[in-house]
Each structure stands twice: as structure tokens, then as C-alpha cells.
Design a binder for this molecule. Structure first.
Ligand code: F6R
Length: 249
């Protein structure tokens, strides 16, 4: 299925989404071992990361020459905090694959100067030749990374405020236990930063993402749904399960 430039793959289950997404990443790395891979956190990619780690263990892929950049990090949490995205990535992926730790980049949520941290991150992405493939999730309100509705199409890595719906979603017990513990701000790659990736894959599973997927695919190209701002990307594929696809026309 294609909507505008978007390629949409509807799969039977969350497991099938993870299998398809990890295969996609593995093939891309096989074609270019010195790969620059953009990554997301959250529940959705966890199974994909487990499959990538399995494939690495089975020697079907090597991350030895891969450099990664993560989308975002909570402002005020350092990488040792068990809810930081640096911790998440080490725990779910990096500690289980042959990637060189110094080739993994996550924004520093404890940086003294967030503006400098964000500018340096953009510079580092450029110095690495740009991102080859960015793997994204999507928020129930259509956000990508922490680009909440209203984020400009040309936004760059910066300090952002989280909406109440994102704070609530991230304190439903999967991550933080209570909303009061969720940082109110984050450092996030911008929509412009993400759109410059040569390829993008977006993963969505479950009925809770159906409205966001509908708005991203069938809705207008608009900052009201940040994921809709991927519609004109030259090489963007959505891997979604039937439940997330349920409201598509
Ligand atoms: C996190 C990120 C977020 C998540 C989104 C969905 O790095 O980029 O945009 O992808 O909040 O999160 P889950 O997968 O937990 O539903």
C-alpha cells in the first residue's frame, strides 16, 4: 500500500512487525557495513531490538562498524538513571551486540548547556556523513521523537517540552510509575533532522496507535500530526500491525 510517497506494510502481529523491521535493518547494514543507524526508544522497538541482537549472536549481522544516533533523551536524567534513554539502549540493545560503545550516540540529558549539546549532536551527525536509516516509533498524538504536535517541519535538535498526553503515556507503568516523576522537558532531534535521513522506517503496533497512523497517512501534511511530515520523504516505510492499521482508508 502507498500513501503519497509513504510505503505502508501492514503485518499480522507485533511479532511480524519486529521481524520485518529487523530484517530491513540487517539487509541495509549488509549492503553498507559502515552504516549510520538512527534509533528510537519506547515499547514498540523492543522486540525489533531483541531480534537484531539474536541475528548478531547468530552472526547474520555485525554492528562492529555501525554508528548509532538516538532520537532523544529526557532533560535532567543522566545516562545512569534507569529511566534514561541511554540506559534503555544499553540494556535493550547495545549490551547485546558487537557495537563499539564509543560509536553509540545518545544526547546527554545532564549536559550543562543544552543548546551546545544539541548543536554538537547535529554537527556529529553531519561529520558521520548523515543518517542512513532512522528507525522511529510514533506517539498516540502523532509525535515522532519528542516532536509534539505543532513542531515545525524544519525543526532541529533542541530542548522541548513534553505534552501532558506524552507524560501520561510514559507513566502508565511501562516506564515511570507516576506522572510526577516524568521529566517535563527533553532533548530531541528535530523533524528537519529526521527528514534528512536517507531512509526512514516507522513502527507502530496496537489499537492505541490507530488514530495517529490514520492522521499520519490519510491526514494532511501538517505539524498537527508530526508523523504526517514524513509523507513527502523519498524513502519512508511504515511497518504496522493490523490493529494500528485499522482506521486507514
Ligand atoms: C522515543 C521516541 C518516541 C516513541 C513514542 C512511542 O525515542 O522517539 O517518539 O517512539 O513515544 O512510544 P512507544 O513505542 O512506547 O509507544
Amino acid at each position: 500500500m502507498a500513501a503519497g510517497n509513504l510505503k505502508i506494510q501492514v503485518l499480522d502481529s507485533a511479532d511480524a512487525v519486529a521481524a520485518a523491521a529487523s530484517e530491513f535493518v540487517i539487509k541495509a547494514i549488509a549492503a553498507k557495513p559502515k552504516f549510520v543507524l538512527g534509533l528510537a526508544t519506547g515499547s514498540t522497538p523492543e522486540k525489533t531490538y531483541a531480534k537484531m541482537a539474536e541475528a548478531n549472536k547468530a552472526k547474520k549481522v555485525s554492528f562492529a562498524k555501525v554508528t548509532t544516533f538516538n532520537l532523544d533523551e529526557y532533560w535532567g536524567l543522566d545516562g545512569d538513571h534507569d529511566q534514561s534513554y541511554r540506559y534503555f539502549m544499553n540494556d535493550r540493545l547495545f549490551n547485546h551486540i558487537d557495537i563499539r560503545p564509543w560509536n553509540t550516540n545518545v544526547l546527554n540529558g545532564a549536559a550543562v548547556n543544552p543548546m551546545l549539546e544539541c548543536a554538537a549532536y547535529e554537527q556529529k551527525i553531519l561529520a558521520c556523513g548523515g543518517v542512513d536509516l532512522w528507525l522511529l516509533g510514533i506517539g498516540a498524538n502523532g509525535h515522532i521523537a519528542f516532536n509534539e504536535p505543532g513542531s515545525p517541519v524544519d525543526s532541529r535538535t533542541r530542548l522541548v517540552s513534553l505534552t501532558q498526553s506524552t507524560i501520561d503515556a510514559n507513566s502508565d507503568g511501562r516506564f515511570f510509575k507516576v506522572a510526577a516523576d516524568v521529566p517535563r522537558c527533553a532533548l530531541s532531534a528535530g523533524i528537519g533532522t529526521i527528514r534528512e535521513s536517507r531512509q526512514i522506517i516507522l513502527l507502530a503496533t496496537g489499537a492505541g496507535k490507530a488514530d495517529a497512523i490514520k492522521a499520519a497517512v490519510d491526514g494532511p501534511f501538517s505539524p498537527d500530526c508530526p508523523a504526517s511530515l514524513l509523507q513527502d520523504h523519498p524513502d519512508c516505510t511504515f511497518f504496522i500491525d493490523k490493529e494500528a492499521a485499522a482506521k486507514l482508508s
